[in-house]
Ligand binder design. Structure first.
Ligand SMILES: [Zn+2]
Length: 139
């Protein structure tokens, strides 16, 4: 996967600015911290919650992902099951939704943040320079 693209930070769940630091507190399937975003990037200090309630907008992304999942489930049903009933379709969709809920929740937040935070390949160097200047002033 090419570094510097939005897809890289979304799928690798990295900081949208430096693409090195982790975006989430833990893996999406660790249910106790499911979808919990870090306050700041540990590598470039990018703030992840740009404003209060920032991630409420990710519900729209989540809705889109849900529709995409439903279409995928319908296509897979047509490909692998001979007689499709509304019940089998419903059961397979609900099952897919339950199994993929943590990853969809995380992806929606990751996509939402990536829409607003730009990639900067020098982000870490810039942050380290700020820290260096800071320590020079203090000493
Ligand atoms: Zn970062």
């Amino acid at each position: 996967m090419i570094k510097g693209t939005k897809l890289y930070s979304i799928l690798k769940m990295k900081c949208p600015q430096c693409q090195v630091g982790n975006f989430f507190v833990a893996h999406p399937y660790k249910l106790s911290t499911m979808g919990e975003v870090k306050k700041r990037c540990s590598k470039c200090n990018q703030k992840f919650e740009l404003e209060t309630g920032f991630y409420q907008g990710s519900y729209y992304v989540s809705y889109g992902l849900g529709v995409a999942l439903f279409i995928a489930v319908v296509v897979l049903n047509y490909m692998f099951i001979e007689t499709i009933t509304p019940t089998s379709l419903m059961v397979s969709f609900v099952l897919a939704l339950i199994l993929l809920a943590p990853i969809m929740y995380a992806l929606s937040k990751s996509i939402w943040a990536t829409m607003f935070i730009k990639y900067d390949k020098n982000a870490i160097t810039k942050y380290q320079k700020i820290l260096e200047d800071d320590s020079r002033i203090k000493s």
